[in-house]
Design a protein. Sequence first.
Length: 140
Amino acid sequence: MASISDRIRLLRAESHMTQEEFGRIFGISKPTVSFYEHGKSVPNDQIKTAIARYFGVSVDYLLGVTDSRDPISSTHAPPAAAQRPAEAAIAGELGSLSDRQLDRLLGYIQALKELPEGVASQNTAIVEKNASGENSSAAG
C-alpha cells in the first residue's frame, strides 16, 4: 500500500495543484508540503482530516490503510439539514471571495478559535456593530 506522503503527492498532482496552492488551501507553507510529500514530516490530525475532506477521500485512504478512496458512507454523516444556519451562510459566501480574502478569513477564524469564549463574544459584538454600520453606510 501507498504511504501518506505518496497519497498527498498523488492527490495534489491529480488536481494539477502546485505545492504552493496546496499549502494555501490548508494553511501550511510550501516547504511543509514538500516535507509531507517526501516523508520528512506528517500532517497533524486536523490537516489530515481537512485534506481527506477536500479531496473527497477517506482518511484511511490518505493514510494508505486502504486503496478505496470512498469516504465514510453518508449513513454515518450528519444530514445536510443538521448544518448550523451560520455554517450554511458562510459556505454560501465563500465562492465569491478572492484568494487573498480567503486567506484573511482563515486567519480570522484561527485567531477567533484561540480567544477565550468571553473575549470571542465581545469581539463578535464589535464585528457585528461594524458590519451593520458598513451596510447602512453602503445603502446611503
